[in-house]
Write a new protein. Structure first.
Length: 344
């Protein structure tokens, strides 16, 4: 051993320095590494616990009554992947989840019930099963319920990513709820119809995210029409991305969202990605092989595929999935694509 190294290392440590050559392979590994594990959450087991939470604490007291889907490889972190958060939220008839805003971006994918709504930028967006409703970072938002049955949705946020950047902020609104300024349907007319506003609006630079709701009837109808068109399915069945109408990119700067339909009997090839992806079953059932794990998800269940875990999905009946991930973490470089193909 070089006798000059030990004294050098000691002096480096005293100066708050560290040699890269001792940690290079950990900092820049040959393949992605994650402590996260593939996991599956059964909605029928979670729902009774969520309803019990509804008896134990109010939405106003809890601020957000949510059961976090925590990855078994990272207990206590509140993460479902290294960079994403997921949870099931419940709101009961007559309740209000108070208005606030935060630097984290969020969406709500409605899984059960009618009569609830989210208010974003002073416009009310009614919630229906299968709807995707966005609350972009630092937009005021609150939730209410004027219906007669529990409403449950899947929350997706970039909390772990923002936390890693030490950029987390939150602020409570002065009132429990925002005053409604825009009539319901205004946002859909301006940004959800393939058109965009002109006149006074065109003199302003649009914000990064302008569209806040993607309705089940629209995306499911498009997916069904695609499947009936006679076009052959791709490697992941028939798949569509929810698109930001401002610039054609992901719906939120840090989160992309997809829907896909796998025909009965269809099986994907073995896939491998750098992004950790969260799926929820909208319709149907299937079999998922993820690493050494095998899952059998059905409607409303959630499963997660962490970064670089090889997986495949087999549709035992027509299978409709919603999924989300971090677009900035999806690696598509040719050398990585070849490496992924080699696994299959």
């Amino acid at each position: 051993m070089n006798t000059a190294r030990e004294p050098l290392l000691a002096e480096l440590k005293a100066q708050g320095l560290a040699p890269l050559w001792t940690t290079l392979h950990d900092l820049v590994p040959p393949v992605p590494r994650s402590q996260m594990r593939p996991a599956h959450w059964t909605y029928d087991l979670i729902r009774p616990l969520l309803l019990r939470a509804g008896e134990a604490i109010t939405a106003e007291e809890a601020i957000r009554r949510v059961l976090i889907l925590e990855n078994p490889g990272a207990a206590g972190t509140g993460c479902i992947t290294d960079t994403l958060y997921a949870g099931f939220q419940l709101i009961l008839p007559g309740e209000v989840a108070p208005a606030h805003r935060h630097s984290q971006s969020a969406f709500r994918f409605i899984v059960e019930g009618q009569g609830a709504y989210t208010t974003v930028r002073a416009e009310r967006f009614d919630m229906g099963s299968g709807d995707l409703i966005l609350t972009p970072n630092f937009e005021w938002h609150d939730h209410g319920h004027q219906g007669e049955e529990p409403v449950i949705w899947l929350d997706g946020l970039d909390i772990p990513l923002v936390r890693s950047l030490a950029a987390g902020f939150a602020e409570n609104f002065a009132l429990k709820q925002q005053a409604l300024v825009s009539a319901p349907g205004t946002n859909a007319a301006q940004w959800g119809s393939g058109l965009r506003p002109v006149g006074a609006k065109c003199t302003q630079v649009p914000r990064r995210v302008e569209r806040f709701a993607y309705r089940f009837s629209e995306w499911h109808g498009a997916l069904t029409a695609l499947a009936r068109s006679g076009s052959p399915p791709g490697t992941e069945g028939f798949e569509l991305e929810f698109v930001n109408p401002v610039d054609g990119t992901s719906v939120l700067p840090t989160m992309s969202a997809y829907c896909q339909l796998l025909p009965k009997g269809f099986k994907t090839p073995v896939l491998r990605r750098t992004d950790g992806r969260i799926f929820t079953v909208v319709e149907g059932s299937g079999r998922v092989h993820a690493g050494e794990c095998v899952f059998h998800p059905v409607a409303r269940d959630v499963f997660v595929i962490p970064s670089w875990i090889p997986y495949s999905i087999h549709a035992e009946e027509p299978l409709v999935l919603f999924s989300y991930y971090n677009p900035v973490l999806q690696m598509g470089l040719p050398e990585f694509a070849k490496r992924a193909a080699a696994v299959a």
